[in-house]
Design a protein around this ligand. Structure first.
Ligand SMILES: Cc1cc2nc3c(=O)[nH]c(=O)nc-3n(C[C@H](O)[C@H](O)[C@H](O)COP(=O)(O)OP(=O)(O)OC[C@H]3O[C@@H](n4cnc5c(N)ncnc54)[C@H](O)[C@@H]3O)c2cc1C
Length: 437
């Protein structure tokens, strides 16, 4: 069958295996190389291989005690929230969609809007259980089989099949977030806002990436805190975990390829920035709207047309972030290929042999796939390299092996470990082949 990631680019031919229980995984592995897949929310080809092991049947939550959830890897984050938020618990780290599995979150070592303060998913994992190339199950944690733990969390499924995990959740008093929006007229102001608000639990900025000249990098910087009970009015306080039901919308078919162009994106960005200026200030927002605004529109990837979308996400070290982001934004606005969704976040320090984050700023941009966009991205890569930055493999669909090696010196160590431990080629995705991992 044909399969792709969330960006619907590239589409690859695969044999899909759907094990129903643990006993079916070892024979699947013995029959040849494969890659595990969660809910297919990675943008590119990291969860597609010649043989793809669909883990969604492993969807049982096993126990919950003192904030520690033990669950199978195919459990959706959306189900974790639906089960535990009404009991006063929320994930400490969440990506911008709740339609991801625990296995996919661990393999990408996802980050949220709180990396600067609370790190990535790995910092909240007690342990994982992993099936290796020989079909044997191993438990790993920061203290048990620690090396394998560190290679796996962020290892993009290339060290084994994650079967179960113990994940710590955080207690919350309500399902509401106190959001404060600050308009920033340019990049320097946006970055100053991040630095001044380093104590905020959550921070993220939406950037108008088509703004030029003195407005280059103009943004809306959005800060968030879990609201306490005392902050709710009497009506909400009576049911602090109830939030208004939402009407889900869905994009029923592919938008015509030309729907997203420099004119429509420029118009959208201008309107969005001005609406943000008007909304500036503090308000209470329900958890779903705050963390997962895109999830309200199901199949939103179809807006990008039949050819699909690519995301470009890099992180630049702190000292060179402003110069590097300026160069990237200049190149993008000059090319006229604006991105609807251009997001800036501040990362804190991170110690890991494979995970994406490093202390600095991360910029994520969505683009409709076209030859011109792919050429633009090829011009952005050297800018990232020249500023000491690196790329997020969960978003990648088109990076070259030499670019990855030039930007991330850890890559060769990861590939060598895979060869030495017999993990290559037992676990192989189209991405790992493209990137010679
Ligand atoms: C709208 C949107 C917003 C996002 N926002 C963020 C964000 O803010 N921060 C962030 O970090 N990421 C973000 N992402 C990326 C997303 O969190 C990751 O790609 C995540 O890995 C997807 O999980 P999944 O279950 O869909 O995994 P898949 O896409 O199916 O797989 C992703 C990777 O995990 C591996 N994998 C999956 N299950 C297993 C398993 N059981 N055992 C071993 N390996 C496995 C796959 O091999 C693959 O390498 C976003 C994605 C979308 C679509």
């Amino acid at each position: 069958m044909k399969l792709s990631g969330w960006g619907r680019f590239p589409v690859q031919e695969t044999t899909r295996l759907c094990p129903r229980d643990e006993a079916a995984i070892a024979p699947a592995l013995a029959a040849g190389p494969l890659i595990a897949r969660g809910n297919g929310r990675a943008y590119g080809d990291s969860a597609v291989g010649a043989r793809t092991l669909d883990m969604r049947a492993f969807d049982r939550m096993i126990s919950f005690e003192n904030g520690l959830l033990v669950a199978e890897a195919g459990v959706l984050l959306a189900d974790v929230i639906a089960t535990f938020l009404p009991r006063g618990w929320f994930p400490v780290v969440t990506p911008g969609t709740k339609f991801v599995t625990l296995g996919g979150m661990i393999a990408a070592d996802v980050h949220g809007k709180n990396h600067h303060a609370e790190g990535s998913l790995r910092d909240h994992l007690a342990w994982i259980e992993l099936i290796g190339p020989d079909g044997a199950l191993q438990r790993c944690s920061p203290t048990e089989n620690a090396e394998l733990f560190h290679w796996t969390v962020g290892g993009m499924g290339l060290t084994g099949v994650i079967l179960r995990a113990g994940l710590r959740l955080r207690p919350v008093e309500t399902a509401w977030i106190r959001q404060t929006t600050h308009p920033a007229p340019d990049l320097a102001h946006a970055m100053a806002l991040f630095e001044q608000n380093a104590g905020a639990t959550y921070s993220v900025a939406w950037i108008d990436c088509l703004a030029t000249g003195p407005a280059l990098g103009r943004s809306l910087v959005m800060l968030g805190e879990h609201a306490g009970l005392a902050e709710l009015d009497a009506r909400r306080r009576a049911a602090p975990f109830e939030t208004p039901a939402k009407r889900r919308r869905s994009v029923p078919f592919d938008a015509p390829g030309r729907a997203l162009n420099r004119y429509s994106v420029r118009a959208f960005n201008g309107l969005y920035y001005r609406a943000g200026q008007r909304r500036a200030g503090t308000s209470l927002v329900d958890w779903d709207s705050y963390f997962y605004p895109l999830d309200a529109v199901l199949h939103w990837n179809r807006i990008y047309g039949r050819k699909g979308l690519v995301q470009f996400q890099c992180v630049l070290p702190l000292a060179r972030s402003e110069a590097g982001i300026r160069r990237l934004l200049k190149e993008i606005s000059a090319a006229g290929h604006g991105s609807f969704l251009a997001v800036l976040k501040r990362f804190g320090a991170q110690d890991s042999p494979v995970s994406f984050p490093m202390e600095g700023y991360t910029l994520a941009l969505d683009f409709p796939v076209s030859d011109a966009v792919l050429r633009l991205l090829d011009r952005l890569d050297p800018i990232v390299a020249a500023h000491g930055g690196r790329f997020y493999l969960a978003k990648d669909a088109r990076l070259r092996a030499d670019t990855l090696r030039a930007t991330d010196p850890r890559t060769e160590g990861f590939a060598a470990m895979r060869r030495a431990q017999g993990l290559a080629p037992a676990f192989a995705s189209f991405q790992s082949e493209r990137l010679s991992l």
